[in-house]
Design a protein around this ligand. Structure first.
Ligand code: DAH
Length: 348
């Protein structure tokens, strides 16, 4: 066969095989087959020795031209192959379905908010209504109407954040409420008995912050006013609350205490969760932890808002909230609740 014919045949074969080569490995095989040292082209050229000079010249030119064409063809094919590869790997990496899913970080309520909700729910189930009151308050509601006249020690400037504002036309002065008790007065002022309310809210005290004190903290206030309410109702209600909140096996203890707006007044303590009354570090060796102040609403508080104290009586209580999760979980420093460290807060 004429050498030119052989080369033409080879060219056709090379192109059709190149078109069929899909992978890089197949392209490499093709290169070896058509452009390598032992390729058909080399073989053909080796046969040139037997030819005349004229024929050799012609065959050499044709085969060289073919070599260049084939080199260009495979280069182009490799480039487009690489481009396809890049595109498909980019789209493959965009969604790697073999990766484990990314978990959504679920938000949760702050432990103090959780405690407030739980306490409100318990009292709601016992027929109390949840109320909300102002944090910026008049001294009239915060003190005067709660039997704390102007010279009462609880009014001393060291305990209260007073607002830098002139008194109103009645001589009332503005402050940050030091407790939720003013809501007792506000409610009784415009509601006829029977009254059963709880008031969760934030209060402020002009105090240094340490491991067991905050200058801003939360309370839940309670008030029940009706005909024939007695100390037994107070004890029964608060005991039931403690059973539901702390568990049925926790003992509670009532002791006399003094608050100007109740008579008699009582504090309620709960058996320490850790030592069950023996005394440990958490309860400061007492065995008992005081959780709230309470008492029978003072007759002069009732009369102050126009409620007949001969017909009606009531009980009231107020508890600090931050101490409750503190006691429930044995947290050592109350400031952690407001430190915004999510590693701490996510535990609750
Ligand atoms: N207001 C008191 C305090 O902040 C707690 C308190 C005591 C509330 C006796 C009451 C009560 O309603 O009757 O420490």
């Amino acid at each position: 066969m004429h050498i030119k014919q052989q080369i033409d045949e080879l060219e056709g074969q090379a192109y059709s095989e190149l078109a069929a080569a899909g992978t890089f490995a197949q392209l490499e095989e093709w290169r070896i087959r058509y452009l390598g040292k032992k390729s058909r082209l080399t073989e053909i050229l080796r046969g040139l020795a037997a030819l005349s000079i004229e024929e050799r010249k012609e065959a050499g030119a044709v085969s060289n031209a073919l070599k260049l064409k084939l080199e260009a063809a495979i280069k182009q094919k490799e480039e487009s192959r690489r481009e396809i590869e890049l595109l498909s790997s980019a789209s493959r990496d965009a969604i790697d379905i073999s990766l484990p899913g990314r978990p959504f970080v679920r938000g949760r309520l702050h432990p103090v908010a959780q405690a407030m909700n739980e306490i409100s729910d318990i009292f709601t189930a016992m027929g109390f209504q949840v109320m909300d009151g102002p944090e910026v308050e008049w001294d009239y509601y915060n003190f005067d109407m709660l039997n704390m006249p102007k010279e009462h020690p609880a009014r001393a400037a060291t305990d209260t954040f007073w607002l830098d504002a002139p008194p109103n036309d009645k001589g009332w002065r503005m402050l940050l409420r030091t407790h939720t008790s003013p809501m007792q007065v506000r409610t009784m002022e415009h509601t006829k008995p029977p009254i059963r309310i709880v008031v969760p809210g934030i209060v402020h005290r002009y105090e240094a912050t340490d491991a067991t004190h905050l200058s801003m903290f939360s309370q839940v206030e309670g008030l029940a006013v009706d005909e024939g309410i007695s100390m037994a109702d107070l004890k029964g209600t608060l005991h039931e609350f403690a059973r539901r909140f702390f568990g049925p096996d926790r003992r509670v203890r009532f002791r006399c205490d003094f608050f100007p707006y109740v008579e008699p007044g009582a504090e309620m303590a709960v058996e320490c969760a850790v030592c069950r009354g023996d005394g440990c570090r958490l309860c400061g060796g007492n065995g008992w932890i005081e959780v709230l102040g309470s008492g029978m609403v003072h007759p002069s508080v009732l009369e102050g808002v126009g409620i007949d104290s001969k017909k009606y009586s009531g009980f009231a209580f107020g508890m600090g909230i931050e101490r409750i999760p503190l006691l429930k979980y044995g947290v050592e420093d109350i400031r952690l609740f407001y430190g915004s460290d999510l590693r701490f807060l996510r535990q609750f």
